[in-house]
Design a protein around this ligand. Structure first.
Ligand code: GUN
Length: 307
């Protein structure tokens, strides 16, 4: 069988249109939603992600500000920037792109963000609210995955799900969101013995481990839904053949750019075995930005309500 591809661009577009509509209403009342995106250093992937976030703000009519700081920035310097953004009436969302350079204490920075502007959902207050199933900001990638499953009517209640990875950004919040939807959950991580055997029992597999094509056919029960959160690169024609088969667009990609994107799931195997599969690119990626827009607009709504 061939898996049905879940279209993140389509679902993301719907979420972004809703956010744009709310932003327009707020702007009429003098509350144009504003996002500050802070990029520290020169990691090319981070620069691309922040660029996309700022560009999407402009497309949807949100105010945005990109703050770029040098690789050598200290924790104290970044703290000063965050504290200033906390006080700004035109900024409703603050995003500090992760990972930060090693000399910066990321947890101190995250905890300095005003929880009311924590549109990434990384602050301990946001994390606590998520754990307790209270209203608050939810990390964008797992929240987007839930929206995608809803859009395609993929049922969760009572299903068996395996989350591969336990990061604060994806694996842990994903696990909580699934538990809150009555999923029977197993979390696998770097110390788990035989994750393939465990994943093979699951109706839903979410792969968020950052390892190219780690999830092979033996992880995937026939008819499972497979969500691929990974964003990795392959650079050689032999790898393209192994992972994508005779895919001319992928070969053209590496000739043109030197690489093609791949997730944590072996795409050829997933297409053969799964019922639903999120492609990379075009699956989970567009949802992360769309949910950031939704969170920023919601934050502006909260501020407007309090004013
Ligand atoms: N790095 C990878 N994903 C994210 C994200 O969603 N937000 C931030 N701030 N950094 C990230």
């Amino acid at each position: 069988m061939t898996a049905r591809l879940l279209d993140g661009k389509l679902v993301g577009q719907k979420i972004k249109s809703e956010a744009a509509e709310i932003a327009a209403h707020l702007a009429e009342k003098g509350f144009r939603p504003g996002l500050a995106a802070v990029l520290v250093g020169d990691d090319p992937a981070s620069r691309t992600y922040v660029g996309s976030k700022v560009k999407t703000c402009a497309e949807l009519g949100l105010h945005s500000e990109k703050i770029v700081l040098p690789q050598t920035t200290t924790t104290a310097e970044l703290l000063a920037v965050v504290r200033d953004l906390n006080t700004r009436a035109d900024i409703h969302g603050i995003l500090v792109q992760m990972p930060l350079p090693k000399q910066i204490d990321a947890q101190t920075i995250i905890e300095a963000i005003d929880p009311a502007k924590d549109v990434d959902g990384f602050h301990p207050i946001s994390a606590g609210k998520l754990m307790l199933k209270q209203d608050g900001f939810v990390p964008c990638t797992p929240a987007g995955i839930i929206e995608m499953l809803k859009f395609y009517d993929i049922p969760l209640r009572g299903c068996r799900a395996v989350v591969l990875g336990r990061s604060h950004i994806v694996g842990l919040p994903m696990s909580l969101l699934l538990l809150h939807r009555d999923v029977t959950l197993t979390v696998c991580h770097s110390r788990t013995a035989n994750p393939a055997k465990i994943a093979h029992e699951a109706d839903l597999v979410v792969a968020a481990i950052g390892k190219t094509a780690f999830v092979t056919g033996d992880f995937i029960r026939a008819d499972a839904t497979v969500i691929d959160v990974g964003i990795n690169r392959v650079t050689t024609p032999a790898e393209v053949n192994e992972y994508f088969g005779d895919d001319t667009a992928r070969h053209a990609d590496i000739e043109k750019k030197g690489y093609t994107l791949i997730g944590d799931v072996h795409p050829r195997h997933a297409l053969e075995r799964a019922a639903y599969f999120t492609p990379v690119p075009g699956g989970v990626g567009p949802l992360t930005i769309a949910m950031l827009m939704r969170n920023t607009v919601r934050s502006a709504e909260n501020f407007a309500r309090k004013s």
